[in-house]
Design a protein around this ligand. Structure first.
Ligand SMILES: NC(=O)c1ccc[n+]([C@@H]2O[C@H](COP(=O)([O-])OP(=O)(O)OC[C@H]3O[C@@H](n4cnc5c(N)ncnc54)[C@H](OP(=O)(O)O)[C@@H]3O)[C@@H](O)[C@H]2O)c1
Length: 275
């Protein structure tokens, strides 16, 4: 039995789908089973990382688990996993842990990785770069004004499709041996203006891009995340301005297929852009 935590999220939902397609027995953890929308063949159970007592039942009979990296709240899960005899963990981490300056987000993932190491359970750390799914934050602006507003318009990045992150995690969960930690990006280096152009092409509507200041972007981001996390995201863009946003294709060789392009991702999430 493989337990998937974060099973209703961008990545976890696709981990469930990949494992079911591979014929694995899957249990999925969520705080709200009734609203999970997960496939019928999955054993959907209720549990909350911040209430470790709710995790006993979810871990019963589990040998491998996908760990959602809820900051500051995985210790209870890990303690129960060790006691339950879980043999392998695959932790969703971030490429930021490898940065010279990991920033607020990278440091939080480094603490998660250290806690998983300390659990003594064999583990693989899956370290993707920025998710394409972050660009869903543009959906409201596109629907309301037809213009995306953001800082550092020309900063190239190689964002990754959540289906590819999930595919890497699924290989790590099902392989015969514990895989090494893996860092990867998406397949194309694209700046924000180029990504908005692709969204416009796929949606079939005109969409513009208007560059705004870092200060304005920070004010907006800090409404949705701790201010140091907003700083980290803006620093990543700033640092990318003079770079090439190099694509790292490690995931393709592991998964055995090409990574999804940005246009393919927009098609996949088109309902979310139109909602
Ligand atoms: N965005 C990026 O660019 C990026 C890049 C690298 C790494 N990451 C990391 O990836 C993670 C986000 O992944 P995602 O986009 O797949 O997540 P997501 O779509 O935001 O989904 C969050 C998931 O976490 C679960 N969850 C939230 N609170 C919980 C709790 N107290 N107990 C148990 N489960 C809880 C939710 O389940 P229910 O609501 O169903 O309970 C949901 O399945 C972040 O930690 C981030 O640091 C992100």
């Amino acid at each position: 039995m493989i337990l998937v935590t974060g099973s209703t999220g961008n990545v976890g939902r696709n981990v469930v789908r990949e494992l079911v397609a591979r014929g694995e027995r899957v249990r999925a953890l969520t705080r709200n089973p009734a609203g999970s929308g997960l496939p019928a063949e999955v054993d959907v159970v209720e549990g909350d990382f911040t209430k470790p007592d709710t995790l006993y039942a979810a871990l019963d009979g589990v040998r491998r688990a996908f760990v959602f990296p809820l900051f500051g709240a995985i210790d209870g899960f890990l303690a129960h996993a060790r006691r339950s005899g879980v043999e392998r963990l695959v932790l969703l981490s971030s490429s930021a842990v490898t940065f010279r300056v990991p920033g607020w987000i990278g440091a939080a993932h480094q603490r998660n990785e250290a806690e998983v190491r300390a659990s003594g359970i064999d583990a693989t750390f899956v370290r993707p770069t920025l998710f394409m799914a972050n660009d869903l934050a543009w959906a409201g602006q596109i629907a309301a004004t037809g213009v995306v507003r953001g800082p550092y318009a020309k900063a190239p990045m190689a964002p990754v499709d959540e289906r590819d992150v999930a595919a890497v995690a699924s290989v790590a969960l099902t392989s015969d041996r514990t895989l090494d930690d893996v860092s990867f990006t998406g397949p194309q280096s694209l700046n924000q203006v180029e990504r908005v152009r692709i969204i416009a092409d796929v949606l079939g509507v005109p969409v513009g891009f208007e560059e705004i200041s870092r200060a304005e972007a920070h004010t907006h981001l800090a409404r949705h995340m701790p201010p140091p996390a907003a700083d980290f995201l803006l620093d990543q863009l700033k640092d990318a301005v003079d770079g090439r946003g190099e694509a790292i294709s490690t995931a393709e060789s592991l998964v055995g297929r090409a990574a999804h392009t940005y246009a393919s991702w927009v098609e996949h999430r088109i309902a979310d852009f139109r909602r």
